[in-house]
Write a protein that binds this ligand. Structure first.
Ligand code: CP
Ligand code: NVA
Length: 301
């Protein structure tokens, strides 16, 4: 079974194939209305379940649109409305869903949930974000970087802020796509030590971004973080805000990315988000193209 669970669990050649497919399918649709189908309809006759145990705008809409463009059908399911949210095991849910659908995309809390879903499903499972990782996002980010600046291999990517799930997938990608990744954040919010990725740490954000080809940040409080930690996190992370002054220390042509949703003027200023370095809406668009390529790869299409 070809699951897409994490970037470090996916072969580098497969990751490169997915990025190349994404570029190709995106180019093939240039200028076409978003509601029109792709020429080859690779998911014709296929049913895809999109399960959300957390809120989502981009993941929900881009997967739904992507499946439809490829000729398939979707059902968007809320975890709380399913028996899953009322005591049915993940394993039984996986076995049952596999009798109805051809592909499962799931956004959930614990990583173990998606691992159990993948273990017991007899159809491919795609990770649409857990507390630990967000692999689809980083595939879109690699695609976005390469569209603007060419191959990401050997480039310097700097992450400022919380060492969270999106950072973890960046660290996995650094190994697989062979770029240099620097983490710059306060020690209490360091990435998990068990993280199976490649990066160095520089506490001083100004030093960290020197020579950066790409500066990335994310929300200071993730969906799984307790709201009670909000004030403490803001105090810890204030010095890591991406603003015009920080971006001036990066390479002149450096890109700025944020997976969104953003809290404007907390982790990044509107000046940067809407400024010349920013490619945040290209990233959002590329979720669609990257995930279409991931789904094709999972289904061998
Ligand atoms: N970046 C991202 O995954 O956004 P959503 O939470 O809106 O899906
Ligand atoms: N780190 C964020 C990413 C949202 C797409 C979260 O988990 O809430």
């Amino acid at each position: 079974m070809t699951h897409f669970l994490d970037i470090h669990k996916t072969d580098p050649d497969a990751l490169r194939e997915i990025i190349d497919t994404a570029k190709r399918v995106k180019a093939a649709r240039a200028g076409r209305p978003k509601g029109t189908p792709d020429d080859d309809l690779p998911l014709a006759g296929h049913m895809v379940a999109l399960i959300f145990e957390k809120p989502s705008t981009r993941t929900r809409v881009s997967f739904d649109v992507g499946v439809r463009q490829m000729g398939g059908q979707t059902m968007v399911l809320s975890g709380t409305d399913m028996q899953l949210g009322h005591g049915e095991t993940i394993a039984d849910t996986a076995r049952v869903l596999s009798r109805y659908v051809d592909l499962i995309m799931m956004r959930t809390f614990e990583e173990d949930t998606i691992l159990e879903m993948a273990e017991f499903a007899t159809v491919p499972v795609i990770n649409g974000l857990t507390n630990r990782t967000h692999p689809c996002q980083i595939m879109a980010d690699v695609l976005t970087f390469e569209e603007h600046r060419g191959p990401i291999k050997g480039k310097k990517v700097v992450w400022t802020g919380d060492g969270n799930n999106v950072f973890a997938s960046f660290a996995h990608a650094a190994t697989q796509f062979e770029f240099d990744l620097v983490f710059s954040g306060p020690e209490p919010l360091d990435p998990e030590p068990s993280l199976n990725g490649r990066f160095t740490t520089e506490r001083n954000p100004h030093k960290a971004v020197e020579g950066a080809d790409l500066v990335v940040t994310d929300t200071w409080v993730s969906m799984h973080d307790p709201q009670s930690a909000r004030e403490r996190r803001h105090n810890q992370l204030r010095g890591y805000q991406v603003n015009a002054e920080l971006m001036a220390h990066a390479k002149p042509g450096a890109l700025f990315m944020h997976c969104l949703p953003a809290h404007r003027d907390d982790e990044a200023t509107s000046e940067v988000m809407d400024g010349p370095h920013s490619v945040i809406f290209d990233e959002a668009e590329n979720r669609l193209h990257a995930q279409k390529a991931i789904m094709r790869w999972c289904l061998g299409k």
